[in-house]
Design a protein around this ligand. Structure first.
Ligand code: UD2
Length: 313
């Protein structure tokens, strides 16, 4: 039976991926440092899944987990802007970049020992493109100009994947995630996405706050599609270290999002506008064509469908 490592396995996307792999009959080691996620209830873990609390930047730990598995989905990262830009920058850098490097090096080493490819699919981010793009969907060859430490670390991960592919045949694939949403994000965490925050605000019957004029656009991709793309990318991992957008290609403004969510909930709450967030991207929408060609991946869940399901759960 195939056994896979999922890092960030206690996080929002990680939990969905672990559940999907288990449903597919795979064994899974879900590893997480728990620095930004809650300990999963061991009694509720699907059959074939074990959980390990682990600092993945610890190379010996990465080596151990990689040796026990046949492939890795690397989702662990520190998405907190406050931590990665503030006093916790060193730990955040370790969680986002050093952990990925440790796993990639452990994967290359395992491959050299066994002579068999060890595929590693890692989460990169739309944050690698930066905030300065105006209106056209971003294809993979768009300039990458990250504005924060998180985006810089994700870009560095892509570069290291390429470098380790060239020097040691490390077999990787990167997926640049746009705005993922779905059940399981903590509604009280300031790091949760706008959809999760709006849902909680609507449930509390409070006014929605939109930062700026609300005409900034995002590419919202449902977590079920995210999971599918990760699974498809596993067999596309190679020493060429390919990277694809994980997106829908559809632009949704925050004004439109708020309207749609209010309509689905039948809410008549008010909307207040606050000053724009510093460094907020005006337009973060991906071009999905390359992933469609290479992986056969097209996002299937429409925003309306995804929001309706999400707001009911
Ligand atoms: C997302 C990621 C971020 C990084 C970036 C890359 C999340 C939570 N953040 O940031 O880590 O990967 O993408 O491009 O996934 N907004 C409101 N009202 C609210 C909350 C948000 O108007 O109450 C706006 C916000 O100003 C932004 C948009 O909604 O324009 C989306 O915000 P977000 O925090 O969900 O995600 P984003 O794209 O800023």
């Amino acid at each position: 039976m195939s056994k896979y490592l999922v890092t960030g396995g206690a996080g929002f996307i990680g939990r969905h991926l672990v559940a999907a792999l288990a449903r597919d009959g795979k064994e899974v080691i879900a590893a997480d440092s728990l620095s930004n996620a809650k300990l999963p209830d061991s009694a509720a873990l699907p059959e074939g899944v074990s959980f390990v609390q682990a600092d993945l930047a610890d190379f010996a730990m990465a080596q151990r987990l990689v040796r026990e598995t046949e492939g890795c989905f690397h989702l662990a990262a520190c998405a907190s802007v406050v931590r990665s830009e503030g006093a916790g920058w060193r730990e955040a850098h370790s969680d986002t970049l050093v952990s990925g490097l440790a796993l990639m090096r452990a994967a290359a080493e395992r491959q050299e020992e066994t002579g068999e490819a060890y595929p590693l699919v890692y989460a990169s981010s739309a944050a690698t493109y930066g905030a300065s793009h105006e209106s056209a969907p971003l294809a993979e060859d768009a300039p990458q100009k990250p504005v924060g430490a998180y985006g810089a670390d994700k870009l560095a991960l892509e570069l290291h994947a390429r470098s380790l592919g060239a020097t040691r045949d490390a077999s990787t694939a990167g997926l640049r995630l746009f705005n993922a949403y779905g059940t399981g994000q903590d509604p009280y965490s300031p790091y949760s996405g706008v959809i999760t925050l709006f849902r909680q605000t609507l449930a509390d019957n409070l006014p929605l706050t939109i930062f700026g004029d609300g005409e900034q656009a995002r590419d919202f991709v449902h977590v079920a599609d995210v999971v599918r793309a990760f699974c498809l990318a596993l067999s596309a991992a190679s020493p060429a270290a390919p990277v694809w957008n994980l997106c829908t290609g559809r632009a949704t403004t925050i004004n439109h999002l708020a309207e749609q969510m209010m309509e689905i909930c039948g809410s008549e709450t008010t909307i207040s506008h606050a000053p724009p967030r510093i460094g907020d991207a005006r337009y973060a929408v991906g071009d999905p064509a390359a992933a469609a060609r290479a992986l056969g991946f097209t996002a299937e869940v429409s925003l309306k469908q995804g929001l309706t399901e999400f707001l009911k759960n």
